[in-house]
Design a protein around this ligand. Sequence first.
Ligand code: HEC
Ligand code: HEC
Ligand code: HEC
Ligand SMILES: [Ca+2]
Ligand SMILES: [Ca+2]
Length: 279
Amino acid sequence: MGNVLPYAGKGGLCMGCHHSRVADVTSTVTTSRGGALRTQTDMILGVSGFTYGQIFGGTSVHAYVVKDTCVACHMKKSYERTLGGHSFALRDEMGTPEDLSDDRTHVEGLCTNCHTGLGTLDRVAGTADWDGDGRAEGTQSEVRGLLAILRAAILARVSGLTVNEHGLIGIPSSVFSTMTEAEKAAVYNHNFVLNDGSFGVHNTGYAVMLLQEGYRQLTGQAVPGAVIVPLGPTIPWKTRQMLEQLASTPGAVYRQADGSPAMSAGARKALRAVYGSLE
Ligand code: HEC
Ligand code: HEC
Ligand code: HEC
Ligand SMILES: [Ca+2]
Ligand SMILES: [Ca+2]
């Protein structure tokens, strides 16, 4: 993975384990079966996905504005013992992993410090129907939808693959030797996004591009009915410069007494003017 994140803060400790250890993506895709394990740091940076020689996304805005990155989001104390703190978890599945509707999640007092009024981890960002099911849903729903579409397209083309209970695709070695590079790359990108486990929250643009372009390269056509996110950097150069500046300005991006990350009103106003909604 090789890159260093200048604003990792205390999250740097987590990044030592939660990164892919992929040095050369092309040779990993063509020689190893199924791909990288803990891809969270790569995802936030926007590296180590297979990008077909093109520019995809880039570093997530969260890498700049969430002080102490991983630690700030995952270890912030909550009123529920199963969320935040030493559980590291932002979701309690309530014993029913297949049903998301009864889950408890850590949003209030964490995401809401920057995204005022947000009531779910499944934030609507952009308003796009990226999986083409006719509905503009939250980021996590769109990414889950895209994962299912890409997985089905892969399984329809390559027989003999395995799928575990999390949806992760495995490639037996006898099958691997028969696969094209586009097929191997599609499996790699699918598993890369699934293993990250945030379903788009760590880096929405990068995750969506890996899945949409993976589908197009595999099948020769765009995801049917979907709004396609154009390839290229998701954060324009000027905004990136401003984010760099914000991240190094004392007090603009900070941790509150309870450990949750926040941005000053001035920083939010400046960022909103050039970047996006924030709310
Ligand atoms: C010594 C290596 C190591 C360090 C350091 C580390 N982790 Fe992990 N973490 C793991 C392993 C191994 C797992 C098991 C799941 C897996 O294989 O992905 C895990 C699992 C997790 C999970 C998923 C828990 C679940 O319920 O499934 C989260 C979230 C997480 N770590 C966050 C963090 C954060 C935040 C930090 C920094 C404070 C951190 N980790 C530091 C190795 C590490
Ligand atoms: C902006 C806040 C934020 C930051 C910063 C962040 N995460 Fe996450 N992370 C999330 C959310 C939200 C999820 C999705 C939780 C869910 O839907 O179950 C998630 C999911 C995960 C998961 C999968 C959880 C599971 O139960 O399997 C791991 C592991 C993880 N993050 C580790 C990290 C690491 C390591 C870092 C730093 C490199 C990091 N995260 C930075 C918000 C964040
Ligand atoms: C310290 C401030 C801060 C915190 C905390 C924070 N965000 Fe963000 N987030 C931002 C900014 C700034 C943007 C970019 C502007 C926008 O999209 O509104 C952003 C963008 C996003 C995006 C759009 C995708 C992208 O990568 O650009 C999603 C989705 C998102 N945040 C979800 C969350 C969730 C879920 C949480 C809580 C787990 C969270 N955020 C916590 C500041 C924050
Ligand atoms: Ca549940
Ligand atoms: Ca949709």
